[in-house]
Design a protein around this ligand. Structure first.
Ligand code: FES
Length: 115
């Protein structure tokens, strides 16, 4: 198990997302994760669409639908609940994003926990 610093709690605002490349590799590529703040809760997911296994975004740190209600895959438009990663619409409907646990420490630092 390893723990990786992402950012401070005041570096991510309500209904925004950020992307982080971890110092870990999978199949020769760094693992990229998404941090989202939704209804004042923080969630972390792998930046990996369950449909084709590609990154979810086209633009850096830009993962939300226009309405900012869901995480959206830029390739075919699948929509995922920010709170549980469940896909409600699109070619991978009923599938899930891969979620990672996070911790906030006493210094307001956010860490992702990798198994
Ligand atoms: S690659 Fe994400 S919906 Fe197709």
């Amino acid at each position: 198990m390893s723990r990786h610093f992402l950012c401070h709690t005041n570096d991510i605002h309500e209904l925004t997302t950020r992307e982080f490349a971890l110092p870990l590799e999978e199949n020769g590529s760094p693992i990229s994760v998404i941090l989202v703040r939704y209804e004042d809760q923080l969630y972390c997911y792998k930046n990996h669409c369950p449909h084709l296994g590609v990154p979810l975004n086209w633009q850096p740190d830009d993962f939300l639908s226009i309405e900012r209600t869901h995480i959206q895959c830029a390739t075919h438009g699948a929509l995922f609940n920010p709170s549980d990663g469940y896909c409600i619409s699109g070619p991978c409907r009923d599938d899930h994003l891969i979620a990672y646990p996070i911790e906030c420490d006493e210094n307001d630092k956010i860490w992702v926990i990798m198994q």
